[in-house]
Unconditional design. Structure first.
Length: 331
């Protein structure tokens, strides 16, 4: 049995999802020969550390009842720097302007020769090249399936299952909040503001939903794909972005009369990274509804490949994180 010492840095919806999934999948992991001991958990204010393995059920309970994970007033960054462990699960909130604490956490993890699995888009959308180079120099794994499309398999699908293919383009829906708003506006003929409030209640919108509705979140995901799949050196400022905030129920009704839906479509290829609302024929594979994400790949050997999945959610995002963890250690 391989014993892996991990930390969970950031204990919001995704971090808690990871804890739940690790508890739920303990036996399956064991049968793969993996014993993942979480030796530290940090939220934005507190931390709990135990080299024998933190009791995740108790930490989840404390977070729910008291809003904190422990008594230690040390930061996630301190844990990454000072506590001996192999793997950092970085799930702090994303900061698209500076990379935020997530960027420092990842840099420090690699400097300390710890692997990183993350759902945090900001650092990758700003500093992908630097992070990937440092990870490689340090001999560390850097996995980020959860940053693009949540549970929808995409990065590992391309890198592993479709290995050897050249990906010519990827287009699709990369923001569940916008997809939900557009779907519901069409179904209910309701205003954008009302449906945004509904999407926020579902808990899938970014802290500041401007990032969703103005297309910035989708742009960040495309930048991650541009860098990780197309070998570009892009930041989200290189993306041509138009959001959905000016789309009216009337425009959606008019489109429907003509047999179309309006979707916020992201597209990345070697010469173009773009996010904009587009007319998509009803029944087209990209015309998925609700909070779903979809990606349509054009590849040189396999031809077209389409994947659909849940792009957000605590357990769904944790699913992508778990698959990254397993793929680091299974070999
Ligand atoms: N706010 C994002 C969305 C969450 O709605 O898709 C996942 O990145």
């Amino acid at each position: 049995m391989k014993r892996i010492k991990a930390s969970i840095i950031g204990f919001g919806s995704v971090g808690q999802g990871v804890a739940r999934v690790l508890l739920r999948k303990k036996e399956e992991l064991s049968s793969m020969g993996l014993d993942i001991a979480v030796v530290a958990v940090a939220d934005s204010k507190t931390a709990v550390i135990d080299q024998q393995g933190v009791d995740l059920a108790m930490v989840l309970e404390r977070k729910a009842s008291e809003g904190i994970v422990g008594d230690e007033h040390i930061t996630g960054h301190d844990i990454i720097r000072d506590i001996e462990h192999d793997l950092v699960i970085e799930t702090t909130p994303t900061n698209i302007d500076t990379g935020g604490v997530g960027l420092q956490n990842m840099l420090t993890a690699f400097n300390k020769k710890r692997h990183v699995v993350t759902s945090n888009k900001g650092p990758l959308a700003l500093k992908y090249r630097e992070l990937a180079a440092l990870a490689e120099r340090s001999g560390c794994a850097f996995r980020f399936e959860a940053t693009v499309g949540g549970a929808m398999p995409l990065i590992n699908l391309i890198k592993d299952t479709l290995a050897g293919n050249d990906v010519i383009s990827i287009e699709g829906i990369f923001n569940g909040t916008c997809n939900y708003i557009l779907t519901r506006m069409m179904e209910e003929h309701a205003t954008y503001e009302l449906m945004l409030a509904e999407a926020q209640e579902l808990g899938i919108a970014e802290k500041d939903p401007i990032y969703d509705v103005e297309g910035i979140d989708a742009a960040c995901k495309l930048v991650i794909l541009a860098n990780a799949i197309f070998g570009m050196d892009a930041t989200y400022k290189d993306v041509h972005v138009t959001g959905i905030s000016r789309i009216t129920p009337e425009a959606l009704m008019l489109a429907e009369t003509d047999g179309y839906v309006i979707k916020l479509i992201g597209e990345v290829s070697k010469n173009r990274i773009q996010v904009a609302p587009r007319l998509v024929p009803i029944g087209h594979p990209l015309a998925v509804g609700g909070t779903l994400n979809v990606a349509s790949l054009q590849t040189d050997l396999a031809g077209p490949v389409i994947v659909v999945g849940r792009g957000a959610g605590s357990i769904e995002t944790a699913s992508a994180i778990l698959s990254d963890i397993v793929s680091i250690y299974k070999d």
